[in-house]
Write a protein that binds this ligand. Sequence first.
Ligand SMILES: Cc1ncc(COP(=O)(O)O)c(C=O)c1O
Length: 422
Amino acid sequence: MKKLDTICVQGGYKPKSGEPRVVPIVQSTTYYYEKAGEMADLFDLKSEGYFYTRLANPTVDAFEKKLTELDGGVLGIATASGMSATLLAILNIAGAGDNIVASRAIYGGSYNLFSVTLPKYGIQCRFFDPDDSQEDIEKLVDDKTRAIFAETIANPTIVVLDFEKLSNIAKKHKVLFMVDNTLVTPVLCRPLDFGANIVIYSSSKYLDGHAVALGGCIVDGGNFDFTATNRYEEFLKPDESYHGLVYASLGKTAFGVKCRVQMMRDLGAIMSPENAFLTNLGMETLALRMERHSENARKVAEYLSKHPKVEWILHPSLEENKYYDLANKYMPKGQGGMMSFGVKGGSEKASKFMEALKMIAIVTHVADSRSCVLHPASTTHRQLSSADLEAIGIKDNLIRLSVGIENADDIIEDIEQALAQI
Ligand SMILES: Cc1ncc(COP(=O)(O)O)c(C=O)c1O
């Protein structure tokens, strides 16, 4: 296998003689075939190719293949956004009457999807505290559980996932273990190496890295045996809507193929070719960027941890952080640029500090090359009640800082002058 930094640059696309060296944007919804039979073979999955961009497109395919190779998976399905990746992954295995067991420490949009929207369609979510014991989390799993869901590093609470604890439960109960790896990327941690079965991304973050293309991806690890359990009935019986295909009979690609031919066909949340092109381009520097994000974050976290106006700071590179050992175990090369901290004086001082920043901008986004800050309680998480905020560990003075790849001294200087003003 090629090294990860090489895959970032060259993975997913191999031109033939005379073809463009750079993945081209194939801006076409449709594909031409001379014979009807060729098209029929594509529909029957007897041959590989493209027939309609809602199902597959060469530019999107190159992105999916690169990310799948980075993660060590078998099949990737690119989506219009990170949210649609999570939604499709869940709908691929759960329906009315089923449940998922999820960490409370997840991105606010995913929390809302699980706690408000999915229950409207009959899929319940049982939340656990990431620090709960294996035994306590296991009590939430029953015969209707279809997935265990968590984030590698949670946005914005910076909780590091204990892969071993959750994969033990998933393996014991033969239930899929899904991990949102957005804030770490496969360059720093490959969830499939630690027991995950499905990896989910918002590619709008570090994968793109430049805040230009919305997108997401589901990577099928190909390491779950759907024939070893009766939990996923839909995989074991013929899908009459797709020529009677029995997905489990496909072996390693069962989850991914079902997701594409059934979910993508019916829900259509595919990534656009242009966004795939931009994301692919961004990913060429992913390994370099993640190294720099992590290094800068380590320096900024160290600085903040010693500042008298800072009440608390969460970044797993700090020895005092309660997830320091887990982070060293699962992402020893670095932990990315995301951190949270609270300034003394509560919400009011937090806003004042953010407004005093000159280079670091207040934006909703995180995890791109430019440093930015956000006050989740009044923005991304404002739909959540105070009880929900409390439950997912978001304090009113929490400032989410996404450390970019500028010079670390300049980032610290900006923070320093803003802290001096409060
Ligand atoms: C960890 C995580 N997962 C999923 C999402 C949703 O992704 P998108 O905004 O691309 O829909 C986000 C967005 O911030 C996120 O941070």
